[in-house]
Design a protein around this ligand. Structure first.
Ligand code: PLP
Length: 453
């Protein structure tokens, strides 16, 4: 870990930490007496208040796709603030119009875009639009959503209901009505006892069974990430998503694809589902949309669905408003962010980073505590076990020690934290798509050293 001269003096640090302790509520963690206080970021690197530099191996929270310190994004935001900082989307404004058109081009489709602030918001909007759509075509009985165990879809009550992670729900239940879950397409621990490559994809069939058992007339839609990312980098067999598309078509059920993490190049394509040749009815996106320089999310809805909202009638428009959603500054930031991704070919760079990194860390597979390495674009999962034969998940202490040692060597990585009790044993990496060749070597060498391989 490099140390620069930008460290704060001891007095300022102590004062900051005291205010942190007294006033700040940290996300998804018990209060840490000595949190890492980030003071600056440049490229793929973050600097803390002690002047320590760390490679941001998770792009923040799977979101800073273009890397830190992009002055042109800051300038685009400032320019937009000077022009008009706020206008509602009850009317319209130039950055939202341009962004919607650009996103439609990226989705290679015919979609309408509803802007909100976060991935959770985008999924809430998808659930509401899906229910209303069915109502407006005389199928009001279709209200249920089916998702997968292990998947995360957000923190709000609807999105959390769709989430299949017991630990994220603990003490917050009961949640929304009409949400149920099917087993994930988890080849390493196949819930159907099958072997990778020689199964009948019972994991996809489970979706059809669930639709039938619930009653297809009661099911509005299913929601999936192209791969389950934060829930443990669970990568389905290639034909899985296309099979789900067919099942949805057969039963008049909407296919909602959550691209909050997989979108904006992370998968090696512009959107994760494009790897599998399917066209979703609804696509939700956030994080990499602005590379997290400003909060923004979008729910892309197929033009066919949108048509039903145009019909006259007092309640046929979508009665949902969001003060900050699609504000001009965030839209301008998103447009600049997408311009950078295109100009620097960061989508194909993502695929390259993933392949290069994966081949360099391949020797980890022989390590006694590594059960499986998994990859999707430039997102990587390392499933740790206590015993390769029994696949007993690695203990929390072992997982924490590896993450801490990586940090000590200047590499920030993460894990599927607070997901499923006893199964929080998957290390995750998701580096900025601007990561250089030297930095790929740094990540790989650090991991190999930490594992002693
Ligand atoms: N969907 C997925 C797949 C996510 O990973 C997340 C957040 O990590 C969300 C939705 C929720 O996004 P947000 O935290 O912006 O509400």
């Amino acid at each position: 870990m490099g140390v620069n001269e930008a460290a704060m003096n001891e007095e300022d640090k102590a004062a900051l930490l005291e205010k942190d302790r007294n006033y700040l509520w940290h996300h998804i963690s018990p209060h840490n007496e000595n949190p890492m206080v980030v003071v600056s970021g440049e490229g793929s690197w973050l600097t803390d208040m002690d002047g320590n530099r760390y490679f941001d191996g998770m792009s923040g929270m799977w979101c800073v796709n273009v890397g830190h310190g992009r002055v042109e994004i800051a300038e685009a935001a400032a320019e937009q603030m000077k022009t008009v900082a706020y206008a509602t989307l009850i009317q319209s404004h130039v950055p939202a119009i341009e962004l919607a058109a650009k996103l439609n081009e990226w989705l290679i489709g015919d979609y309408r875009f509803f802007f909100s602030n976060s991935g959770s918001d985008a999924n809430e909007v998808a659930f509401k639009i899906g229910r209303q759509y069915h109502h407006q075509r005389g199928k009001g009985s279709k209200y249920k959503y089916i998702s997968r165990h292990r998947a995360y879809h957000g923190n709000s009550m609807g999105a959390l209901s769709a989430t299949g992670q017991a630990q994220r729900k603990l003490k917050y239940e009961p949640l929304g009505v009409g949400f149920s879950h099917v087993p994930p397409p988890y080849c390493y621990r196949c819930p159907f006892g099958q072997t990778k490559g020689s199964c009948k994809m019972q994991c996809a069939q489970a979706y059809e069974d669930a639709i039938l058992w619930e009653g297809a007339d009661s099911v509005a839609g299913i929601i999936v990430e192209p791969v389950i990312t934060g829930g443990g980098m669970i990568v389905p067999p290639d034909p899985y998503l296309a099979r789900l598309r067919k099942i949805c078509d057969k039963h008049d059920v909407l296919l909602i694809v959550d691209e909050v993490i997989c979108g904006f190049g992370r998968s090696g394509e512009k959107f994760g589902h494009q790897n599998f040749g399917v066209r979703p009815d609804i696509v939700t996106m956030a994080k990499g949309l602005t590379s997290a320089y400003s909060p923004l999310s979008a729910t892309a809805v197929s033009a066919e669905m949108y048509e039903s909202f145009k019909e006259s009638g007092a309640d046929n428009h979508f009665r949902h408003v969001n003060t900050f959603g699609g504000n001009p500054v965030s839209c301008a930031v998103a447009l600049k962010n997408i311009e950078i991704i295109e100009r620097e070919n960061l989508v194909s760079r993502s695929a390259y980073i993933g392949k290069e990194l994966f081949s360099r860390i391949k020797p980890l597979e022989s390590h006694q505590y590594v059960g499986e390495l998994r990859i999707f674009g430039s997102a990587i999962g390392i499933e740790l076990v206590e015993d390769k034969r029994t696949k007993e998940p690695a203990s929390a202490a072992r997982v924490a020690a590896i993450i801490a040692e990586c940090k000590q060597k200047g590499l920030l990585i993460s894990k599927n934290g607070d997901t499923v009790p006893g199964f929080m044993n998957i290390l995750t990496l998701s580096p900025p798509l601007s990561t250089t060749d030297d930095e790929i070597v740094f990540i790989a060498e650090t991991l190999l050293q930490v594992f002693g391989v």
